[in-house]
Design a protein around this ligand. Structure first.
Ligand code: PGA
Length: 305
């Protein structure tokens, strides 16, 4: 019988995901030698190499790849067992949601409403961009995520529940403000402030213009919606953002939405978790709540009150 420890499984899982001893060590709050030693013991134990080093990089060997699959199943089962115990103890009130930064403009409103009906729920909300969200989903270290359409082929369960419209914003004194039906080609004369690589808004925007064959002049890249709004107000360029982020600025007239052909870009928000994940009682309740919103037909922009 192999004599593996859970600690070794968790360490193996982290190294296999990061393909780096140092990054796995960082993620697990361990030292790198501790991680390497556990992997060495694990390999001695199973009698096969699970990683191989080529140059500076490490790779999973074939048995390593197979073992990773088993490992993920074991760790997922364990987490489900924990959830099951918590459900039995009646303290399943913990709900960890990870949202794309753009979704942080409406998620608190949804949670506020949800918590009115589930006052015992202890919610933890992590805000990050789309790329980090995908990493969290791969690590299965939260209940669910709210994000734009996730990529195919990741073994994810994704349910759309609300529209997300991307619009072009300008300061109110911009020469295009108030113009009707602005041709897309006119945008080639403007400079655009864009979100960072890895942002869903950025990906959707790039895809849209590539499909339309328009080459945009990209100005400064900024990692938050707030910074883009401020920079657009300050006259640094135009921006393309989700309508969800703009209610205050549009209401106060500090920014305007331009009437451009083919706009807004229509997207959806999805509630996402790993396929086959056993949701806790409270996580399932939250997912049901989002589905019910979708069935009612929720507002497609602005704050969700
Ligand atoms: P983001 O939004 O741009 O804040 O990453 C996620 C998305 O729209 O998919």
């Amino acid at each position: 019988m192999m004599n593996l420890t859970l600690r070794q499984l968790r360490i193996f899982d982290a190294v296999a995901r990061h393909l780096s001893y140092s990054r796995a060590a960082e993620a697990l709050h361990l030292t790198q030698p501790a991680v390497s030693m556990q992997i060495k013991q694990l390999e001695d134990n199973v009698g096969l190499a699970l990683f191989e080093q080529l140059g500076k990089k490490i790779y999973l060997t074939e048995p390593g790849r197979e073992f990773q699959r088993h490992c993920q199943t074991i760790l997922q089962q364990l987490q489900e067992a924990e959830t099951m115990f918590a459900d039995f103890k009646g303290m399943s009130g913990k709900l960890t949601i990870c949202v794309a930064s753009t979704a942080s403009y409406f998620t608190p409103h949804l949670l506020a409403e949800f918590c009115k009906h589930h006052p015992k729920a202890q919610v933890s909300l992590k805000v990050t961009n789309r790329e980090m969200l995908l990493q969290h989903l791969a690590a299965n270290d939260m209940d669910m995520a709210i994000m734009g359409r996730p990529p195919e082929g990741l073994e994810l369960d994704a349910t759309p529940f609300m529209e997300n419209r991307l619009v072009i914003i300008a300061p109110p004194d911009h020469s295009l403000a108030g113009a009707h039906n602005i041709p897309l080609s006119r945008l080639a004369e403007e400079t655009f402030l864009v979100r960072e690589q890895g942002s869903g808004t950025r990906i959707a925007m790039e895809r849209f213009f590539a499909e339309k064959g328009i080459h945009l002049t990209i100005g400064t890249e900024m990692s938050t919606n707030e910074a883009i709004k401020q920079a657009v107000q300050a006259g640094m360029g135009l921006g393309i953002l989700s309508l969800h982020t703009l209610s205050l600025e549009l209401e106060s007239g500090r920014l305007v939405v331009l009437d451009v052909q083919h706009f807004p870009i229509q997207r959806n928000w999805y509630v996402v978790h790993r396929k086959g994940k056993r949701l806790s009682v409270v996580a399932q309740a939250f997912k049901d709540y989002l589905r019910a919103l979708a069935a009612q037909g929720t507002p497609s922009g602005g704050t969700m009150n």
